[in-house]
Design a protein around this ligand. Structure first.
Ligand SMILES: [Zn+2]
Length: 414
């Protein structure tokens, strides 16, 4: 089972100063900052997924890349740009979520192939159009016309895509440098997915990415895989787009799913309400210590005279000091830390978050960061469970991916 991490230019600064909350002088992001696979060893994924929409920008706005970064990616290729070790793979796609509202995908076959070939990806997914909806019982003849159209657009583009790839691959002498075509299957039911897969196989695809399944419940995904397995040809393997579901991975593998991609373990570190810091057995809530300087809500309250800036800074510092002391000195009581955290949250007047403070206690009592052997937890200790600013939050996300990677390694069949 191969796990791809979708790139969104998430990096950390290795010399960030946690005590002063400052970046090093003369920091040059491109030269100094690290991707997850450079920050933790072993790398927490097997490959990287890069979307054209993230690189080039899209109808929804600018991409995540600056113009010089984009130029460097095209010039140096994806392997050198990301510093990918030999063992890691690269997969390109169009980022169909970015043009979900359009009637037709805004890319041409040649434009997408230029992106895949110039960046020298190992594999590239055909241009697809996501269907948002799942109606298992609805036959082709009664389906929403917009859904049918999107499936036909995806299949039509997939057919042109593989023909164009075969043409371009012929010009490349080394087989290992050729682009592997991955066909994208869309559908709204087990039958429609299976039909898409059957048609992609006929076009010559040996690897097929199943799209639009993110909102589906696991039994619904299984139902689709089951139906797809009836039409599957012997040497065809599947990629699940945007799906983790570690508990179901073993079953997915049984249906010849050989790879997937997901940002969820990473994003839960700072997007989830409570499951922020993952361990093999459970997850913990990270401890919020907002930055008086960096928090917009807090800044507004200070400007409005609701919160005193000097008191807020004092309370913030007290929380950080006690948290660090708690980690270093066994005689520091968890209740003293909790009191400081409560005092800070009530000072900044967030009743909803104040209620959550109680959940911090188990994070403190269990000290899960001490049990983690990842490079980041060993280096940063309690800072890893502090919900505060991008440097801590992304590190926690990288840590979560190491936990996911370890779980996957333990799965049978992989
Ligand atoms: Zn860790």
């Amino acid at each position: 089972m191969r796990f791809y991490f979708p790139d969104s230019q998430d990096q950390i600064s290795p010399r960030y100063d946690f005590i002063r909350d400052e970046y090093p002088d003369h920091r040059v992001r491109q030269r100094d900052d690290l991707y997850a696979h450079q920050a933790v060893n072993p790398a927490p994924y097997d490959g990287i997924l890069v979307s054209k929409a993230i690189v080039d920008g899209s109808v929804k706005g600018a991409g995540k890349y600056s113009a010089p970064q984009r130029n460097r990616l095209y010039r140096d290729g994806v392997r050198e740009f990301f510093g990918l070790p030999r063992t890691m793979d690269s997969l390109g796609d169009c980022g169909a979520f970015n043009y979900i509202d359009e009637e037709y995908p805004p890319y041409t076959i040649d434009g997408v192939l230029d992106f895949y070939y110039e960046c020298r990806f190992n594999s590239g997914i055909s241009i697809d159009h996501v269907i948002f909806g799942y109606k298992p019982e609805v036959p082709e003849s009664e389906a929403d016309p917009a859904w049918m159209k999107r499936r036909e657009i995806s299949l039509d583009l997939a057919e042109k895509f593989i023909k164009a790839i075969k043409g371009r691959n012929r010009l490349i002498s080394e087989p290992k440098n050729r682009l592997e075509p991955v066909g994208a299957a869309q559908g709204w039911s087990p039958d429609s997915y299976a039909d898409s897969v059957a048609r992609l196989q006929k076009m010559g695809y040996k690897r097929i990415a199943l799209g639009g399944m993110v909102p589906l419940k696991t039994p619904e995904i299984i139902a689709c895989l089951e139906r797809i397995s009836e039409v599957r040809e012997d040497d065809v393997e599947f990629h699940l787009l945007g799906i983790t579901r570690i508990d179901s991975m073993e079953r997915f593998v049984g249906y010849h799913v050989s790879s997937f991609d997901s940002t969820s373990a990473f994003r839960q570190a700072f997007m989830d309400e409570r499951n922020n810091y993952h361990t093999a057995g459970r997850s913990y809530m990270a401890i919020r210590v907002p930055q008086v300087d960096g928090n917009l809500t807090l800044k507004r309250l200070i400007l409005a005279g609701v919160v005193s800036q000097s008191e807020a800074i004092k309370a913030e510092r007290e929380c950080l000091k006690l948290l660090r002391q708690y980690d270093e000195d066994e005689s520091v009581k968890v209740q003293d830390v909790m009191d400081a955290l409560r005092a800070y949250q009530s000072l900044i007047g967030d009743a909803k978050k104040l209620k959550k403070v109680d959940k911090y206690e188990e994070t403190l009592v269990d000290r899960p960061w001490r049990d983690c052997q990842c490079d980041l937890c060993r280096q940063h200790k309690i800072e890893m469970v502090i919900f505060r600013g991008t440097e801590r939050n992304k590190r926690r996300g990288f840590h979560n991916m190491t936990v996911l990677e370890a779980k996957m390694r333990k799965l049978p069949l992989t």
